[in-house]
Design a protein. Structure first.
Length: 137
C-alpha cells in the first residue's frame, strides 16, 4: 500500500491461517481422544444400576482378566506385591480404587483381592459393571 508515494505496512492481522491450524488440531484431538481411554480387556458382568466411572485422575482401576491376571491401570501386579502396590499408589496418594473383574473370574479371587485392598487401608472400593443396554461384543 502506498500513501503519498511511500510504502507502509499493513496493520491488519490475517487470522485465516490460525483458524485453519486450530481446526486441524481440533480434528486430530477428536480422533485420538477415544483411543487414549483404551484399557485392559475385561468382559464385565451386567447389572441394572450402574453409574458412570468418574473421569478424574483421582482414581485407579484394578482389573482382573479372565486368565486371572491383575493390572493396576496398565501395570501388571501379582497377589504377592498387591498390598505394597496398593499402599504406594492408592492409599498414600489418596486415590479412589475401582475393581473391574471379568465375569468368569472365581468369586474367591475377587474376595481375596478386596481383602488385600482392605488390609492396605482402602475403605471404599468401587465395583465396575456394565449396563444391560450397553453395546455387547
Amino acid at each position: 500500500m502506498q500513501i503519498n508515494g511511500k510504502k507502509s505496512f499493513v496493520a491488519d492481522i490475517n487470522v485465516t491461517p490460525f483458524v485453519d491450524v486450530m481446526l486441524v488440531l481440533l480434528i486430530i484431538f477428536m480422533v485420538t481422544a477415544p483411543l487414549m481411554t483404551e484399557g485392559i480387556e475385561v468382559d464385565l458382568p451386567v447389572t441394572q444400576e450402574v453409574q458412570s466411572l468418574p473421569a478424574e485422575n483421582e482414581n485407579l482401576v484394578l482389573s482382573i482378566t479372565a486368565e486371572q491376571r491383575m493390572f493396576l491401570g496398565k501395570v501388571e501386579v501379582t497377589m504377592e506385591n498387591l498390598d505394597a502396590v496398593l499402599r504406594e499408589t492408592v492409599t498414600e496418594q489418596r486415590k479412589q480404587l475401582f475393581l473391574q473383574a471379568d465375569k468368569n473370574v472365581p468369586y474367591g479371587l475377587v474376595v481375596e483381592v478386596m481383602g488385600q485392598a482392605k488390609a492396605a487401608g482402602i475403605e471404599n472400593i468401587g465395583v465396575v459393571a456394565e449396563r444391560p443396554d450397553a453395546g455387547r461384543k
